[in-house]
Design a protein around this ligand. Structure first.
Ligand SMILES: Cc1cc2nc3c(=O)[nH]c(=O)nc-3n(C[C@H](O)[C@H](O)[C@H](O)COP(=O)(O)OP(=O)(O)OC[C@H]3O[C@@H](n4cnc5c(N)ncnc54)[C@H](O)[C@@H]3O)c2cc1C
Length: 154
């Protein structure tokens, strides 16, 4: 899928400079019209124009009967238009070895395996069944420091 924005995406010059850099690197596609954008992305221009028109109508009405979006802030109607390809990626793996509060890796009997310490995404169970965004770095730093201290002490 593509994330599509228009010229109103930001008023900050640093954002605009950053986006132009992404256009130069080919990570963002820029076009002066939706028809041109469709051509560059190899999409059906009728479908793209219809999708954007539907979205703009939802913004005007502040009601999105199809997808029930709540953030209907800006219409997409000021060229140039920008498209960014989106894809599914692995953001975090929740599984991994079990550790205790000293970051000692536990065996299947929950006993520490001597001289083995772990921290970060290689460990599992820290975040439960889902991870709150942003909580991996504190996990890595807090348990990483403990693991380093414990390993040095060993
Ligand atoms: C797109 C994206 C955005 C994210 N944004 C956030 C965010 O905003 N906030 C947040 O908290 N978390 C975020 N995360 C999650 C977070 O980045 C990771 O959970 C975290 O970086 C894991 O750190 P780590 O040190 O445990 O593992 P990694 O960063 O995966 O480090 C493991 C290292 O081990 C190396 N390695 C692997 N195998 C071997 C081997 N055999 N020998 C030697 N080296 C090896 C790898 O090359 C790698 O450098 C994001 C993740 C992704 C993918």
């Amino acid at each position: 899928m593509y994330s599509i924005a228009d010229d109103d995406f930001s008023t900050l010059q640093e954002d605009r400079d950053f986006l132009e850099g992404l256009v130069l690197m080919g990570q963002v596609v820029k076009a002066d019209s939706l028809d041109e954008l469709a051509r560059l992305l190899d999409l059906d221009p009728v479908l793209l124009n219809t999708a954007i028109a539907d979205y703009n109508r939802s913004v005007e009405a502040q009601n999105d009967p199809r997808f029930h979006r709540k953030t209907l802030i800006n219409k997409i109607d000021h060229p140039p238009f920008y498209a960014t390809a989106k894809t599914v990626t692995v953001h975090h793996t929740l599984g991994g070895v079990e550790i205790n509060e000293r970051t000692q890796v536990l065996n299947s009997q929950k006993q520490p395996i001597p001289h083995l310490f772990a921290a970060g995404e290689v460990t599992g169970g820290i975040h439960g069944a889902n991870r709150l965004g942003g909580n991996s770095f504190p996990d890595c730093i807090v348990f990483g420091r403990i693991a380093g201290t414990e390993a040095a002490r060993n």
